[in-house]
Design a protein around this ligand. Structure first.
Ligand code: CA
Length: 334
């Protein structure tokens, strides 16, 4: 009798404990989920305003991005300029302002201009150099209004200023562009950028700064030789590079593949199949931040929303680079 009573009590206690654990877990799960899914504004809110302008960065900030991206190329006087390519003609009016400053290959290089000169250029929507047509016809009208280039320092001051005025802590996500080209031109871009980041308070894993690079030797050098303790993302552009995730884990904290590289294909039932890259990265403690999520350019999916659903819910990626931070924010809020 006494033993029955005891076991009843015991079972009750276990039930209560299980309930508590369930709720605690659920709570923990939703909290982690929110923190883990990160929105990275790709070249700012570039779906709405010309890429890499301060205006597009401010808009991305207002749209709820967690991190804002800066592609970096050095000027002649070693100022990191926020621009996607080492060339100028696809996003500026350089041909009209400095027609005589092209190299033998007919191209205009950021690195041939002093920062002061670059400030004289107007930035506009990206055009295809070969056809002369705008790349995304549905976006901001090419040549309208007035935009200019800016430095990494100017952008950090914008984001840190907004962090002060809003009380948020939105991060930066700088990318070292073409380190090999910079080296040929006699410049150590990584060293210069790391110095500026440090000056603005970004030097450790938990600082609101993630540094990215496609060049794996350079990213490893940033960790090992230059001794950076920042969160580092190894960008990947070819599916075969996913074979070496274990090697990246030795120096990087995340991988940044194209989302298409994570999809195996379609099975006989017509469902998407996935390779195990995200699982392998997660097992190594790495995050996965695929690029580039564009409402006006995706293939293999019925809708942009479907691409987001597959990415977050089936692939379980940790964040996405997107030209449309508001749409991803809306999706995650739902
Ligand atoms: Ca980039």
């Amino acid at each position: 009798m006494k033993r029955n009573h005891q076991s009843l009590l015991y079972r009750k206690l276990i039930r209560i404990l299980l309930l508590i654990m369930m709720f605690a877990n659920l709570d923990g799960w939703t909290q982690n989920e929110m923190k883990e899914k990160m929105i990275i504004a790709h070249r700012g809110a570039s779906g709405y305003l010309p890429e890499h302008t301060l205006e597009s960065k401010a808009l991305a900030y207002g749209m709820g991005a967690d991190y804002i991206e800066q592609d970096l190329v050095l000027s002649k006087d070693d100022i990191p300029v926020v621009i996607h390519d080492i060339h100028l003609e696809e996003v500026t009016n350089v041909k009209e302002v400095f027609p005589e400053r092209k190299r033998e290959d007919g191209r205009f290089y950021v690195i041939d201009f002093a920062f002061e000169e670059l400030l004289r250029l107007k930035v506009k929507e990206r055009i295809n150099r070969k056809t002369g047509e705008v790349v995304y016809p549905g976006r901001f009208p090419a040549g309208a209004s007035s935009f200019s280039l800016h430095s990494l320092q100017q952008e950090i001051e914008l984001i840190q200023g907004l962090n002060k005025s809003t009380g948020k802590e939105i991060g930066i996500y700088p990318e070292i562009k073409n380190p090999g080209f910079h080296l040929e031109e006699g410049k150590d871009i990584s060293k210069i950028v790391l110095g500026i980041l440090k000056k603005y308070g970004y030097s450790d894993l938990n600082d609101a700064c993630i540094l990215q690079c496609f060049d794996r030797w350079e990213l490893r050098r940033i960790r090992v030789e230059l001794g950076s303790r920042l969160f580092l993302t190894q960008l990947l552009e070819d599916r075969s590079e996913l074979d070496d995730i274990e090697a990246y884990a030795a120096y990087a904290n995340a991988i940044g593949p194209h989302y298409g590289m994570l999809i195996g294909g379609m099975n006989l039932k017509g469902d998407l199949t996935f390779n195990d890259a995200v699982k392998r990265a997660h097992a190594l403690g790495m995050k996965v931040h695929p690029y580039t999520y564009r409402k006006d350019s995706y293939s293999g999916f019925d809708s942009f929303e479907e691409l987001l659903r597959v990415s977050f819910e089936q692939l379980d990626v940790d964040g996405v680079f997107t030209d449309f931070p508001d749409l991803v924010r809306n999706y995650l809020n739902r």
